[in-house]
Ligand binder design. Structure first.
Ligand code: SAH
Length: 279
């Protein structure tokens, strides 16, 4: 028995190192920062930020939220950049584990929810593999903020019995291999993340699989932020509606989007419902 205990210690050598330095083990918290509006942070996220010694954050997290961490907390941006060095996921994983093993209280701050297209699962696995405590604090994901801003419910009696969150961008930059026939079912909202540049192709696939080209669709750019923009179209017009838009954008396709209140666009066959929503 003592033999196996000894082996256990050797196998968790990193933990022993921490003890030798007399530091309490640190931990990593994967915190959802929400879609942008600081008021959409959870109280738990706020408390985690206030207790952080290191904040490792994405580019989507606004300065007002970063400012909620203590002034002396170290802030590290791992934003994806087109020109300068951007961190590989493996580097981020290693960084989180290393800080926690130093005994630090680490917040990994992510836009929206850490487990919705946020690669939080990979960071969680890395922490588990290293024996580092890791906890997730959920956040308001972009699709929820987009629907709320536009006044368009993602599920709605008689118009949307289900909502599916999908990515519009595969790792190779192409349209992902999704289950198009199931996404094409009527009375169903499809929330597409990272789909602005592939909007036309996504619309084509959905229509080829049988979704009505007249299905109301909505693009919300910068949901819950000061420069939020909402553009309505039909599914057939989604590519045209996406033209010229930039920034983080959520595409919502489904009958319930007829309730959306928008800045621009036309609903075609659903004008009546759109007008009703605006009134
Ligand atoms: N974890 C995040 C998603 C990260 S993937 C979440 O739960 O929201 C990044 C994509 O999220 C963007 O390309 C965009 O599609 C969407 N997104 C994030 N913030 C957004 C916002 N404020 N408005 C619209 N879309 C947003």
């Amino acid at each position: 028995m003592s033999k196996s205990a000894g082996r256990g210690k050797a196998a968790t050598g990193l933990v022993v190192l921490g003890e030798a330095r007399g530091r309490a083990p640190g931990r990593v918290r994967l915190v959802g920062a929400g879609p942008g509006d600081p008021e959409l942070l959870t109280l738990k996220a706020l408390k985690a930020l206030q207790a952080a010694q290191v904040v490792v954050h994405d580019g989507l997290v606004p300065d007002e939220i970063l400012a909620l961490a203590p002034a002396d907390a170290r802030r590290i941006s791992v934003a994806k950049r087109k020109s300068r060095h951007s961190y590989a996921q493996s580097e981020i994983n290693r960084m989180l584990v290393a800080f926690a093993l130093e005994g630090l209280e680490v917040v990994r701050l992510k836009g929206g929810d850490p487990f919705i297209f946020g690669r939080g699962g990979e960071e969680l696995e890395a922490c588990r593999a290293a024996g580092v405590e890791c906890e997730a604090i959920p956040g308001v994901t972009a699709a929820l903020a987009a629907g709320a801003s536009a006044g368009a419910p993602l599920t709605h009696r008689g118009a949307a019995q289900a909502v599916t969150f999908v990515t519009g961008h595969a790792a190779d930059g192409q349209v992902p291999d999704l289950d198009w026939p199931s996404l094409a079912r009527a009375n169903h909202t499809v929330a597409i993340y990272m789909g602005l540049t592939t909007a036309g192709l996504i619309a084509e696939r959905l229509m080829a699989a049988g979704r009505d080209g007249a299905t109301p669709s909505l693009i919300v750019v910068d949901a819950s932020r000061p420069h939020e923009r909402r553009v309505a179209s039909t599914l057939a017009g989604l590519a045209a509606a996406a033209q010229g838009l930039e920034g983080p954008a959520l595409l919502l396709v489904g009958e319930a989007m007829a309730l959306a209140q928008v800045d621009a666009g036309a609903y075609g066959g659903y004008e009546g419902a759109a007008m009703e929503a605006k009134a």
